[in-house]
Ligand binder design. Sequence first.
Ligand code: LLP
Length: 422
Amino acid sequence: MTVAPQFQFRNGVLHAEDMPLTDLASQFGTPLYVYSRQALHDAWDAYRVASQGRDVLICYGMKANSNLAVLNEFKNLGSGFDIVSGGELARVLAIGGDASRVVFSGVGKQTWEMQAALKAGVKCFNVESEAELVRLAEVAQQMGVVAPVSLRVNPDVDAQTHPYISTGLKDNKFGIAIETALSVYQRAAALPSLNVVGVDCHIGSQITEVSPYLDALDKLIHLILTLDSHGITLKHLDLGGGIGIRYTNETLLSPSVLLSKVFQALDAHKLSHLQLVLEPGRSLVGNSGVLLTTVEYLKHSEAKNFAIVDAAMNDLLRPTLYGAWHDVEAVTPRNNTGTPPAYDIVGPICESGDWLARNRQLDLQQGDLLAIMSAGAYAFTMASQYNTRPRAAEVMVDGAQAQVVRPRESVQDLFITESVLK
Ligand code: LLP
């Protein structure tokens, strides 16, 4: 058993759905990102079932994986999108996505991005500071339109996750401190080019407990009731993303557990008329992908064994950036008995931080194929071309079919637009 149901061993070979990963590697080469279409659908289904009978809009947090093929699946399933840049908006429009199901988050929205989002007609701007509010009002006024806004409040709760992906604490750069939210809402309500529609928070990522969400929700409900008593009525409540996935043996929070508690709290405060917006990223795609890589060399030193593979920190930054754990599976494991040596799985990049996994007991030989699991989220989207390494191809598997949804970059691609001084 692996962490991802659509990636299982059959006859001793790891498959993506009905496709042996060995076939994909020989057809498309490595490193290679492999996504399972069915896994995307199953992840979506967990949210669909949890939302049944209620007014819920799921806005896929597309920064987790913004390949057009992935976006298109979610669009067809009925998803909206949470964007954080003009670039992400362009991707949504490129697949014919409906801008009225798009929320625009992020602390540093630029004027051109506001203009593009207003022109497209997004559902709302999740405004993160008073300065941004003022700029948005000006931009909308100049365009002769009214901007729908929601304030992203910072509820000061600890999401109990890695500090780099915790976003709802007072000392994080995100959101408007909840204590000052009322006065900022009043300012927004007084500006004719703004239309106050909602409230928003996002407290962090890879969250495995329900309590941080409920603490944040409590504070948001209190704010909504206060606003109401000041004549500011909201239409939606956006709780952000953040639900964690299983990278190895985490106990998970499911969408249905979270949503049933949220509905309970809303009903108890007579707020069931509010639309609930969610912005899940990782939990919709994380376990829908693996990164395939080939062992180039084995290197045994006195202190350590290294498996040097053809994927690197430029393809999967999470281990070195967050100390994140990704399971590593041999695609065709050997049946040898006895304890295999422990390897650090490292890439070819000229940095000691270039590691993908540490101390993994694997029976390896040069040329072996490995699958780095749970690489559907924040893998390709955080990839770089460091060391002039072309970014790897992305393939989507559907049953026994596979389609390249982004080809491998060529070395030429990497510097085709550069020039030397005339
Ligand atoms: N909404 C907002 C405003 C966000 O900032 C994020 C993620 C999401 C939604 C989606 O959160 P999710 O459901 O994926 O947890 N690169 C890091 C994760 C950074 C998350 C940033 N914000 C990682 O690889 O763990």
